[in-house]
Design a protein around this ligand. Structure first.
Ligand code: OAD
Length: 255
């Protein structure tokens, strides 16, 4: 390990040791080692599909069958993967800061919960849920295969994935909880996100600016990102190694 990396790790451990409350903003990178492709990598999920076609309300109106094909493939992928050591380290951290630890995730794969994390705010929705386009009923359907064009059992209208698409607002209550967690924490861990999608990325300035002194923000990512200029400490490497290393240095046992 180079001196710079060791210094950043020590600073992160010091901040976490002092923290009463910890929050996490996670993104696709935390699931990458489980085998779920990230969005903006060369092998990104959008490859072969324009975002406008599969992740906007207009795209769904135009071709719901294509959108469902895309999300059914993602549901099948999510069904086949397992949480990785990064997810498990976050479970261990929650047990350590019990009742004072929350994850705001942009991921829709449910892997934090599968790993055992309890306080998880899914700010971009979930692959597991459908929402009726007419009556609005939201239902958890797990990850079992769905028909090509699923319909609401209640009113017969077409269902859509309960995912936040571009040009849509975040679910109010979930977003409020995520902001609250960021505002109250002493350390915000920003893990595996390019931090370019708003409002999710605004949890960083919320954590830094709501109180005085603000939270220490620690970025864990393979590479520097748009957020790197804003953060206090950068830990660069795979989250499946960095997060367990942090736990080990903190004396937190990972299951
Ligand atoms: P991105 O694909 O934009 O970014 C993934 C980040 O993870 C990148 O910064 C990578 O460097 C990093 N990364 C990759 N592998 C990693 C690893 N093993 N360990 C640590 N970091 C790693 O994904 P998000 O930031 O999550 O929104 O994207 C945000 C939102 O954009 C998504 O939620 C989605 C998309 O549009 C919606 O669907 C609404």
């Amino acid at each position: 390990m180079t001196d710079g990396v060791e210094q950043s790790l020590s600073a992160a451990v010091e901040a976490l040791n002092r923290a009463r409350r910890v929050a996490v903003l996670s993104g696709a990178g935390v699931s990458a080692e489980s085998g779920i492709p990230t969005f903006r990598a060369a092998d990104g999920l959008w490859e072969g599909h324009r975002i406008e076609d599969v992740a906007t309300p207009i795209g769904f109106q135009r071709d719901p069958r294509l959108v469902w094909k895309f999300y059914n493939a993602r549901r099948a992928n999510a069904r086949s993967v397992k949480p990785n050591p990064g997810h498990l380290a976050l479970v261990a951290m929650e047990r350590h800061w019990v009742g004072r630890f929350a994850i705001a995730t942009q991921n829709v794969d449910g892997l934090h919960q599968t790993a055992g994390s309890r306080t998880v705010y899914e700010v971009h929705g979930s692959l597991r849920r459908t929402r009726c386009t007419r009556c609005g009923e939201i239902r958890d359907r797990g990850l079992d295969p769905l028909p090509d064009l699923p319909q609401c059992e209640g009113c017969g209208a077409m269902l859509r994935p309960d995912i936040v698409w571009f040009h849509e607002s975040l679910p109010e209550d979930v977003w409020w909880n995520a902001q609250q967690a960021a505002a109250e924490c002493d350390v915000l861990l920003v893990v595996g996100t390019s931090a370019v999608v708003y409002p999710a990325a605004s949890l960083i300035p919320i954590a830094q600016q709501t109180r005085d002194p603000g939270a220490t923000v620690i970025e864990c990512n393979l590479t520097r990102t748009d957020a790197s200029q804003m953060v206090d400490i950068g830990l660069y490497g795979p989250s499946g190694i960095i997060l367990p290393t942090l736990c080990q240095r903190l004396g937190i046992e990972v299951p």
